[in-house]
Design a protein around this ligand. Structure first.
Ligand code: SF4
Length: 316
């Protein structure tokens, strides 16, 4: 537990709360940190603490409903993707020995460096180590949605836009981000986890086969529910309107469904098009009885885009 909470800089948080002279503090935690809410509230000392029970999937998902009740909301564990009055983002940063990237077996000479938010704060020092090893290293900041150079999100790979590298090195855990980076760039992507020391070349084959299967189920659908999120950093209503027109021009019935949390089980559409967090379509499809596709996949299903032009869904 202590090692988990040591990844949060409570001293800076307390200093900022005192500077703002606040009394009531809201706390929003991702599900993985909710277990530690007692310890986190204790660390906030004498401030009155109101803890949000809402989910917190990312910096896109700020619980603005509690803002009227607090002087400031602490949104934990995500780097900001936009600034909001009364909200302080409290990052969760994993420390690791940057020297651990020495001796990774990367054949390409020029590497683009990316990481998930928890690891991206150390990419400048990882870059220096790799350069010392003789590599040419690209470390670029993406669109306004990402804060740190090299940082990628499950909905944003813009740090790799126009990359001239021969391969990409992703620092972090899990396969979703590196698979997304491989589809985004069409380049070879290596994943290195500094904690487990796992190092592998990422394969996009399973992911793409799965998406093809889901699209094939959507091919004969006659009705489409186009889902829009009300979450502040996930709302793409204009895109949904465009997709509705695309579906209708292809002779399909379609309606826009607007929701805070993606839940469509009681509806009776034959297929859903997700404009909320892209990961809902990619990660949750096996839990749903009907196919859920991305905006780009709808274009493939109705024949406006070829399979060879498959693109990962992003929010820029
Ligand atoms: S939209 Fe999804 S992938 Fe993007 S920041 Fe939010 S939770 Fe993460």
């Amino acid at each position: 537990m202590s090692s988990i909470l040591s990844r949060i800089d409570f001293d800076s948080v307390l200093k900022e709360l005192k500077r703002r002279n606040v009394r009531t503090v809201g706390v929003q935690l991702p599900d993985g940190l909710k277990y530690f809410s007692k310890e986190i509230a204790e660390k906030l000392g004498d401030f009155e603490v109101l803890i949000s029970a809402s989910p917190s999937f990312g910096a896109c998902d700020v619980d603005t409903s509690i803002l009227p009740y607090v002087d400031v909301l602490l949104h934990f564990a995500h780097e900001p993707i936009f600034e909001l009055d009364g909200v302080i983002y409290v990052p969760y940063r994993v420390d690791f020995h940057e020297e651990s990237v020495k001796h990774l077996k990367i054949k390409e000479n020029r590497i683009a460096l990316i990481a998930a938010a928890q690891y991206a704060w150390k990419l400048e020092s990882v870059k220096a180590i790799l350069e010392n090893e003789g590599y040419e290293v690209e470390l670029k900041k993406g669109s306004g949605r990402v804060k740190l150079p090299g940082q990628v999100l499950g909905c944003n790979y813009s740090a790799l836009k126009g990359s001239g590298a021969g391969a990409v090195l992703f620092i972090g855990d899990g396969l979703f981000h590196p698979v997304g980076a491989a589809i985004y760039t069409g380049k070879k992507v290596y994943r290195f986890s500094p904690l487990s020391k796992e190092f592998e070349e990422v394969d996009t084959g399973c992911f793409l086969k799965e998406r093809m299967l889901i699209m094939s189920k959507a091919l004969n659908a006659e009705s489409f529910g186009i889902v829009v999120s009300t979450k502040i950093g996930q709302n793409r209503l204009n895109l949904a309107r465009k997709l509705k027109k695309i579906a209708e021009r292809s002779g399909k019935k379609s309606d826009i469904i607007i929701t805070d949390n993606f839940s469509v089980e009681n509806f009776n559409y034959e297929c859903y098009v997700n404009t909320a967090c892209p990961r809902i379509a990619y990660d949750d499809h096996h839990r749903r009885s009907k196919p859920i596709i991305t905006p780009q996949e709808l274009e493939i299903v109705v024949g406006l885009r070829s399979w060879e032009q498959y693109k990962i869904d992003e929010i820029l």
